[in-house]
Design a protein around this ligand. Sequence first.
Ligand code: AMP
Ligand code: ZN
Length: 467
Amino acid sequence: MKIFNTLTRQKDEFVPIEEGKVGMYVCGPTVYNFMHIGNARPMIVFDTLRRYFEYKGYKVTYVSNYTDVDDKIIKKANEEGVDASVISERYIKEAEKDMDMLNISKDIIHPRATQEIDGMIEMISSLIEKGHAYAVDGTVYFRTRSFDGYGKLSKKNIDDLEAGHRDIKVSGEEGKEDPLDFVLWKPKKEGEPAWPSPWGEGRPGWHIECSVMSRKYLGEEIDIHAGGEDLIFPHHENEIAQSESANGKPFAHYWMHNGFLNIDNVKMSKSLGNFFTIREVSEKYDLQVLRFFMLSAHYRSPLNFSAPLMEAAANGLERILTAIDRLATLRVTGPAEITAEEEQYVEEVKALVKKYEDAMEDDFNTADAVSAVFEIVKSANINVTADSSQALRDYYLDELKTLCGVLGIKTEKKEELLDEDIMLLIQQRQDARKAKNFALADQIRDQLLAQGIVLKDTREGVKWSRK
Ligand code: AMP
Ligand code: ZN
């Protein structure tokens, strides 16, 4: 398989460190709010990549962190007058619900920064010992120029960076030897979570978290490190500097970065206010549609989110699921085995499966792989009829299910809830609320949402609709 490697700026043949195994680390969200659909892109894309590796027989170890200590989390905690952990716990729970609805594999190691502080102190200490870091008044900085390869991922020249930084004085960072140096440990400020350390109470910088967590769960040298393209600089550049200085080994062999998700052709960002949360989208569409939409584009291309494009994705997905459902319920009356005449259809499907695999092998081109699935659907709709052999019907059905499974698209029909059942659950939720059992009430709402039922609390009572 060829993978576009940000480090080499070319498609490199994927060769795992250990035969038959893949270790991958995907930078996860900072948990201070509901995740937006931009955050969903790396989750969907790299979950699909892991599924493809598994389809090829690899054993995958997949690590994706939660950044649960950060300025934004602290700010929100102060606004609400609660502990930072209340905020991060809340949004990790919500993130898990979103991931479940997006059908992200559950076999993920999700380390949390706040539970890995010891490892961070240890790595920072060893960087100081090796001369790659220094402490000034409770802050520890990484000595950027001490790492020869700095800039190799983002292709930035360290001297140009220096020129750009010269005039910038960040308050509180006057103790830096060099403007290029970045923070590994920062001292406690009033009202902030802090941990004891050899440099005084404080908390880790963001970059060190990922270096430590990826080493702990995957080892010093890993196959794939991934995230959105905004992370190339400085986050991933700094991770490389830290990890390679600490371990004396190359860090990740392949660096993969997804393109950005835009809204109506404008970069989606919280600061511009033009973002949708995954939860908002889930109220309009089954999140399988969002997943399918994202995979219909190449992961490195920018992707525009808009209502017409989501409608097109919904229609496309429906076409595939309808074809699968027709095959699954078709009463075929032909012979059990594939007939000589049907052999040509088997060959046709084989060629399309190869097309799908070739697309995936070429830098994980899910867009072309999805086209191959559409072609199999078309072929099934034309060539599998009531007169077909059972084996032919099963062959098409199995292939379609397998290929959709690699994309993480669920193909089994959802059991529709009856109106009476919905009313009963709504009543149970009302009872739970009256009894102040809000956890149960929320659980019932989420359960309904997962089955496509959206509740709206209005003055006239609870209204519900099907997505
Ligand atoms: P953050 O919580 O901002 O650290 O982001 C978590 C992950 O989502 C990172 O891999 C980001 O690169 C990615 N990400 C954030 N916004 C977008 C976006 N608009 N499009 C694609 N990926 C994004
Ligand atoms: Zn990271």
